[in-house]
Design a protein around this ligand. Sequence first.
Ligand code: ATP
Ligand code: MG
Length: 463
Amino acid sequence: MNDAPQRLRADKLRLDQLQLALRNLGPNHVLMPVFTAIICVMFYRWVPVARLEVWFALVTLGVIPIGLISHRFRKSVPDASQAPMWMFRATLAYLIFACCWASMAIFLWAPHDDLNHLLIILLLACTIAGNGALVGASRPLAIVVFTVYGTAQSLVPLRESGIIYSGIAVLSVIFVGYLVYMSIQIYRTARDMLLLRDDKSELILALAQAKTESDVARERAEAASRAKSQFLANMSHELRTPLNAILGFSELISSKAFAENLEKHYEYAVLIHGSGQHLLTLINDVLDLAKIEAGGFELRESEVDLKMLIEDVAQMMSARASSGGCLLTTDVARNLPKVVADERALKQILINLLSNAVKFTQGGGWVRAFARLEADGEIAFGVADSGIGIALEDQMRVFQSFGQGRHDVAISDKGTGLGLPIAKGLVEAHGGTMGLESEIGQGTCVTVFLPASRARRKLRVAS
Ligand code: ATP
Ligand code: MG
């Protein structure tokens, strides 16, 4: 059972209680020598000067330790773990002072003088009442008050015989008992007050934390809502372009503007078909992305031969690459194990990466599809090219829906900016991550890392 936080809270409470008591005792070390001097003058008629001097010196010196402790305590802002040490020091210092002060019952006592005795009993009664209230918040200091002053108060009348002094002794015991009861009430009130103060501070802290969390959540929700609006705006723009082409060309045909020109009809039919095809691809991409982002993409897992898949996709792309004048190669490590994944999804990822690499690499450049086994067991695959690269400030954006680099303006085969977000979503659905390294004019390398748990530990035969 771990009661450390409980103990820490208790220690903090004890320190707070001690602080309250020491704060009340603050003016003590200045006032006590003054009180002692006045009392010495008052008792001058009964007590020899030497004894008065001794008592004065005792009280004046005895108040120094508790004065020093109070001063250091206020300066050092101690933490809860130091509570036992401070309690011990303060209790010892206060015990020294209380014994010095209570020694008036010995040093100032003049035998057979009722006024002298009554004054001493009165002074002790005032001391016990006053100090009981001053240090009542701290239990060890209150115990010192009632043990030292209470004993002195109850025993001192017994130094004289007679019914009056016996009565005073009995009254003193009852008086001390009553003050103990009052001191317990003071202790409880102070404790409840301190606990309430702590609870309030904790509550304020928790409230501040909850507010920060809710601010962060609100900001995130606002960002998501902005992204959604942006997505819709981009979507409508992307849909409108091919739709306008379809409507425009079909209107031209229906208005019989080129009734005599069959060639033109064929040409427009091709353009309408192309726009329709583009629309269909776009809608399919958006649906895929929506499904992936909503977490509704179900992986149909099987053991996939990544080497074969990469070669298939590279084969598919080879015509496009050679017509663009770039060299497309594959580089698959021999020790590559099979991976447990959704083959359709891996193929889609590779197509998206390879089509980007081919699209953004001019004639004379190269594109390489690769796969390897990392030292930590992860499977890494991807595509590197020597193309135009992506500017650093665009590298985050290209993974967002419709996010494209600035250089795309110059590309004839302008896409919609959904290829990379779809690939990223598919990779994440496999528990993997995607890395991008790119430099303007130098080329780009996009790497997919699949977790080691997806590797089937069956070494491939050398290819
Ligand atoms: P889509 O793939 O939807 O047809 P797209 O290719 O423009 O359109 P993404 O595949 O998401 O969209 O790529 C986003 C952007 O990232 C591209 O527009 C391009 O600016 C940049 N990009 C991606 N791959 C490369 C690359 N290999 N070289 C240079 N830029 C790249
Ligand atoms: Mg693309």
